[in-house]
Ligand binder design. Structure first.
Ligand SMILES: C[S@@+](CC[C@H](N)C(=O)[O-])C[C@H]1O[C@@H](n2cnc3c(N)ncnc32)[C@H](O)[C@@H]1O
Length: 362
């Protein structure tokens, strides 16, 4: 065995455990650059080309199996688009698989670390080892093998997988830090109890706690593997976030308990009926005057389809994002108002990002 193939602990890549071998790391760096190129250099151009071709072929962009099949026919006739789609999908499949294999070599060690951290502070962790997951949560989002709930290493796979997705630019949670900094407080300035729903591995919750040092910060997620790793990660940074396994549609908190609730990229990953229940629950657990901040995919607008365009349809189909297309066309702003929120602001800087800040009337 050579050094590069050994399974010694190779330390961290930012806040994330490094790949098990140097070869795995180099491979994923290459995949990361490939993804960057595909997403950043070609996405806009390919999206416009695809929307034009669909319009010329008289084929509507429809989020149904038939709609995807018709879109594939149009794409298949265009060498640029079909190559772009093929490489994007294949790159995603192979880098995810490499991460699974690389961490898998040291699985026992990683699971031991998570178990050892369970009772370690400064934060806390609660989850139910016998939790029964609803079917909608078992999909392999982002083609991550096992999805969020089917692998005990799901949190780590997500962490490294999204690092590759962000082109290596999020190793120190820079994106989450920026969002935490931009998260507005309630209008009366009081933010003593803060909740993040669908917290994943707690990247925003940790950054929020760094900013709101005196606040109690609770981070909930449906997936035990995600929060087990999140708790380990937060404890390694000595940040007191309280992680709890909890579906966003059934929040186990009293009415009016929180000043501020945040969600980041949860909503486009749940079905609309679950989204509607979640909105009611968030409204219930916020105090009058409390604020809900929704950071998620931008809503489609007339003449600006964004993720509701052809590439979004295909991403939904090929990137294991079964609910995203519905989310961007569901008019989440109206749904927020329907449960009682007042929309304070809405900003849509890009296809993959929009913010909606809402207040519960005081
Ligand atoms: C894309 S990740 C976002 C994680 C985190 N908010 C971030 O900014 O990185 C979506 C998360 O939502 C969780 N999730 C999915 N359905 C959920 C539900 N019904 N209730 C709570 N969490 C859910 C998944 O387990 C996953 O951790």
């Amino acid at each position: 065995m050579t050094i590069s193939n050994s399974t010694i602990d190779r330390g961290k890549y930012g806040r994330t455990p490094a790949m098990t071998t140097r070869a795995d790391e180099v491979y994923n760096d290459f995949m990361s650059d490939t993804r960057n190129q595909l997403l950043h250099a070609y996405w806009k151009h390919m999206g416009e080309r695809g929307n034009d071709l669909m319009a010329k072929a008289g084929v509507k962009i429809e989020h149904t199996a038939e709609g995807v099949a018709k879109a594939r026919e149009v794409i298949g006739k265009d060498q640029y688009l079909s190559t772009f789609m093929r490489i994007k999908r294949t790159a995603q499949e192979i880098y995810k698989q490499r991460i699974v294999e690389s961490y898998g070599v040291r699985e026992e060690e990683y699971l031991r670390r998570m178990t050892d951290a369970e009772t370690r502070g400064p934060g806390t962790l609660t989850y139910d080892p016998n939790f029964v997951y609803p079917d909608y949560a078992k999909v392999h989002i982002h083609i991550q093998p096992g999805g969020y709930v089917g692998s005990p290493l799901a949190g780590m796979l997500y962490d490294y997988g999204t690092s590759v997705f962000y082109g290596g630019e999020n190793a120190e949670d820079a994106l989450h830090k920026r969002l935490a900094e931009q998260t507005p407080k309630p209008l009366d300035g009081k933010a003593a109890r803060i909740l993040e729903i669908g917290c994943g591995i707690g990247q925003i919750a940790v950054e929020i706690k760094r900013i709101h040092k005196d606040a109690e910060v609770i981070a909930t997620d449906i997936s035990a593997p995600m929060i087990r790793y999140g708790h380990l990660r937060a404890s390694e940074q000595n940040i007191a976030v309280h992680f709890a396994q909890m579906p966003s549609e059934t929040l186990d908190f009293p009415d009016g308990h929180f000043d501020l609730v945040v969600e980041h990229i949860l909503f486009h990953e749940i079905p609309i009926p679950v989204l509607d229940k979640t909105l009611k629950e968030v409204f219930r657990v916020l105090r009058p005057g409390g604020t809900f901040v929704v950071w998620d995919f931008a809503s489609a607008e007339p003449g600006k389809p964004g993720y509701a365009g052809l590439l979004g349809l295909m991403d939904s189909a090929d990137n294991g994002e079964p609910y995203a297309h519905e989310f961007v066309t569901c008019n989440v702003e109206k749904r927020l108002e329907d449960v009682g929120f007042t929309l304070r602001s809405r900003i849509q800087p890009g296809v993959m990002m929009g913010s909606r800040v809402c207040d519960k009337p005081a």
